[in-house]
Design a protein around this ligand. Structure first.
Ligand code: FES
Length: 144
């Protein structure tokens, strides 16, 4: 008797787990799995005042996993700040060189290029623009 009821409980649990699994698959871009997170934004990311990025220099937005450089006044380039080796987020940028704290890869943050291994794949570029006086990276907001 008790054996039967526990088997039913297990089956019910399995059915629930299956449904939850489907739910995860349907919104995988919002994964909270850390390193497995999509390296580039899937929605617009506001970054604040454009003049926080020095002309000829760059700025790391660690929380947003982005690095932005400014090759000339009013022009911006953005790349993912997630290392292409194993997915750690860069911890600092010095003289336009981004450093990965995990295994020492370095990237030219003005081009995304990996200049020191173990990473060999460039950082993916991210669209960036100035909207209402603020830097915004990532895809345009979908029009309703
Ligand atoms: S994760 Fe960046 S060097 Fe390994």
């Amino acid at each position: 008797m008790s054996g039967q009821s526990s088997r039913r409980t297990v089956l019910k649990g399995a059915a629930l787990a299956g449904a939850a699994g489907l739910g995860v698959a349907a919104c995988s871009t919002d994964s909270k799995l850390g390193h497995a997170q999509t390296p580039t934004p899937t929605a617009p990311v506001p970054l604040g005042a454009p003049d926080e990025v020095p002309v000829g220099g760059s700025k790391l937005y660690r929380e947003q996993r982005l690095v932005v450089s400014c090759p000339a006044k009013g022009r911006y380039k953005a790349f993912s700040a997630q290392c292409t080796h194993a997915g750690c987020v860069l911890d600092k940028v010095e003289e336009n060189e981004g450093n990965c704290p995990c295994h020492g890869s370095r990237f030219d943050v003005t081009t995304g290029e990996a200049i020191h291994g173990p990473a060999t794949v460039p950082l993916p570029e991210v669209p960036i623009r100035v909207e209402n006086g603020k830097l915004v990276a990532g895809p345009e907001a979908p029009r309703a």
